[in-house]
Design a protein. Structure first.
Length: 434
C-alpha cells in the first residue's frame, strides 16, 4: 500500500488507530455483556468506557511494549490498562487473541466492502450515462481483433455495466460472508466465556456470530472474499484493455482525456498514451495475485495456527486499497472518455462493406442456394476486397452466380447499417430495465 495508489477513506480503515479503536470496542462490548450476566461488576464495565472510550491510543507506546512482549494484543491490553487502572483486570475475560484479531478483521473487511460497493455504484453510474449517450453510435464489433459486424459504442458500455452489476452482487455476498464475529475463547469451546457475550459483541459491531470458530474464524470466508476482489479486478482489466485498444493510433475510436499541460512522453512531445488504463491493468494483476495466498490460508493446523496472519496483515489493506483506487480511476476514465464517432464510421467503412457478408450469405440461403455454395460465393467476392481490389457491393452485383439469386436492389438493402441496430433498445431494456 503506497500513497500513489491509495485513497484516504480506504486507508483510514487500516490505520493503526482505527485497528486499536476496534480492538477496544470489542473488549468493551464484551465487558458490557459480562457485566449484564453477572461475571464482572457493572461499574467496572462502565469505567472501561469512561476511561478509555474517547482516548487516542499511543501507537508508539504500544509498539514499545510489543518489542518486549512480542505479542501485539498483549501490548495493546497493557497500554489499555494504563488508562483504565484496576478495572483493567476484567478486560479480555475468557477471551483469546484471535477473538480480538479475527473480529476486528471482519469489521475492517466489512467497512472496506462498503467503500468498494460505493465505488462500483459510481462506476455503474458513469457507464450508464455514457452508454445512453452513445446508444446508437455505430462502431465496428471485433472478434479475434478483426472486424466482424457493426455494434454500437453504447452496447460496449452496456456490456460493461451488466458485468459490474454482477460484480456488485458478488461484493455484497462477499461482505455478508466475511462479516462474522468470534468471541469463543481458546479452541472455540466457550469454556471460559458465555456465548451470549459473542452475540452481544456481534450485534454491536454489525456482525453475526460464527457458527463454529475453533479458535479462529474459518479462512474459507476470507478466501472467497479475496477471490471476489480478484474477479472485480479482472473485470476492470477487461474494460481497461478495451479502452487501450480503442486508443491505438490505428484505431483511435476513443481515448482517455488528456488534460491541459499533461505530458505523454519525456522524449516525444506528440504522445498521448493510455496511461490510466494501463495503470488499472497493472493494479488488477496485483489484486488478483492476492487471491491465491488467501486460498492457501484455508488449510490451517487443527484449531489454529498463525501462518495466515502475516498474509492477511498485507493483503487485507493492500487488496482493498488497490482495488478502491483502481475502481475510482476507471470511473474517472469512463466519465471523461473522449469518443470519436466519425472515426468509428471511418473504421466501419474501412473494409469496403465486408461487414455485411453474413447478411448476403443468409439472403442467398433464403433464395434456395445451399449454405456451402452461398458461403463460397460470398467468400470469393470478399477476398478481392481484402486485397484492395474493389468494393464488396459492386463485386457482388457483377457476379452472375450471385445476381441469379439476388437483384441489385435486394443486394443494396442488405448493406443497411440500421439492420444491425434494430435490437439495441431490447438489449438496453435487459441491462437497465424499462
Amino acid at each position: 500500500m503506497i500513497p500513489r495508489y491509495s485513497r484516504p477513506a480506504m486507508v483510514a480503515v487500516w490505520e493503526p488507530q482505527t485497528r486499536f479503536r476496534i480492538w477496544f470496542e470489542i473488549e468493551a462490548y464484551a465487558c458490557d455483556a459480562l457485566a449484564e450476566i453477572g461475571v464482572i461488576p457493572k461499574e467496572s464495565a462502565k469505567a472501561i468506557w469512561d476511561k478509555a472510550g474517547h482516548v487516542t491510543f499511543d501507537v508508539d507506546r504500544i509498539d514499545e511494549i510489543e518489542r518486549v512482549t512480542k505479542h501485539d494484543v498483549i501490548a495493546f491490553l497493557t497500554h489499555l490498562a494504563e488508562f483504565i487502572g484496576p478495572d483493567a483486570r476484567f478486560v479480555h475475560q475468557g477471551m483469546t487473541s484471535s477473538d480480538v484479531l479475527d473480529t476486528c478483521l471482519a469489521v475492517q473487511l466489512a467497512r472496506a466492502s462498503d467503500i468498494l460497493i460505493a465505488d462500483v455504484d459510481a462506476l455503474l453510474a458513469a457507464l450508464k450515462k455514457r452508454a445512453y449517450e452513445h446508444k446508437f453510435t455505430p462502431t465496428i464489433g471485433r472478434s479475434h481483433g478483426i472486424h466482424a459486424e457493426p455494434v454500437t459504442f453504447g452496447l460496449k458500455l452496456a456490456q460493461a455495466h451488466a458485468e459490474f452489476a454482477r460484480c456488485r452482487e458478488r461484493l455484497v455476498a462477499a461482505r455478508k460472508e466475511i462479516a462474522t464475529c468470534a468471541i469463543s475463547g481458546a479452541v472455540g469451546t466457550y469454556a471460559n466465556i458465555d456465548p451470549r457475550v459473542e452475540a452481544h459483541v456481534a450485534e454491536k459491531l454489525g456482525l453475526v456470530p460464527e457458527p463454529v470458530s475453533t479458535q479462529i474464524i474459518p479462512r474459507d470466508r476470507h478466501a472467497m472474499f479475496f477471490a471476489t476482489l480478484g474477479v472485480v479486478a479482472s473485470c476492470l482489466e477487461r474494460l481497461a484493455i478495451e479502452v487501450r485498444h480503442l486508443q491505438r493510433t490505428e484505431v483511435l475510436e476513443a481515448e482517455e482525456f488528456f488534460s491541459e499541460g499533461q505530458k505523454g512522453s519525456s522524449a516525444m512531445p506528440h504522445k498521448r498514451n493510455p496511461v490510466l488504463t494501463e495503470n488499472v491493468t497493472g493494479l488488477a494483476r496485483l489484486v488478483r495475485g492476492m487471491a491465491v495466498p488467501a486460498m492457501e490460508n484455508v488449510a490451517l493446523w487443527h484449531e489454529r495456527d498463525i501462518s495466515h496472519s502475516s498474509v492477511e496483515r498485507m493483503i487485507g489493506p493492500d487488496a482493498t486499497v488497490t482495488l478502491d483506487f483502481a475502481l475510482a480511476r476507471m470511473t474517472s476514465v469512463i466519465d471523461k472518455l473522449l469518443v470519436y464517432p466519425k472515426t468509428m464510421q471511418k473504421n466501419l467503412d474501412r473494409l469496403g462493406g465486408l461487414v455485411h457478408s453474413q447478411r448476403v450469405l443468409l439472403a442467398l440461403t433464403q433464395k434456395g442456394v445451399s449454405r456451402e455454395d452461398a458461403y463460397a460465393l460470398v467468400q470469393r467476392n470478399a477476398m478481392p476486397v481484402w486485397r484492395g481490389e474493389g468494393e464488396f457491393l459492386p463485386l457482388l452485383k457483377a457476379d452472375p452466380d450471385v445476381s441469379k439469386a439476388l437483384s441489385d436492389a435486394e443486394l443494396e438493402d442488405l448493406f443497411d447499417l440500421g439492420y444491425h441496430l434494430k435490437n439495441v433498445d431490447a438489449i438496453f431494456a435487459r441491462v437497465f430495465g424499462g
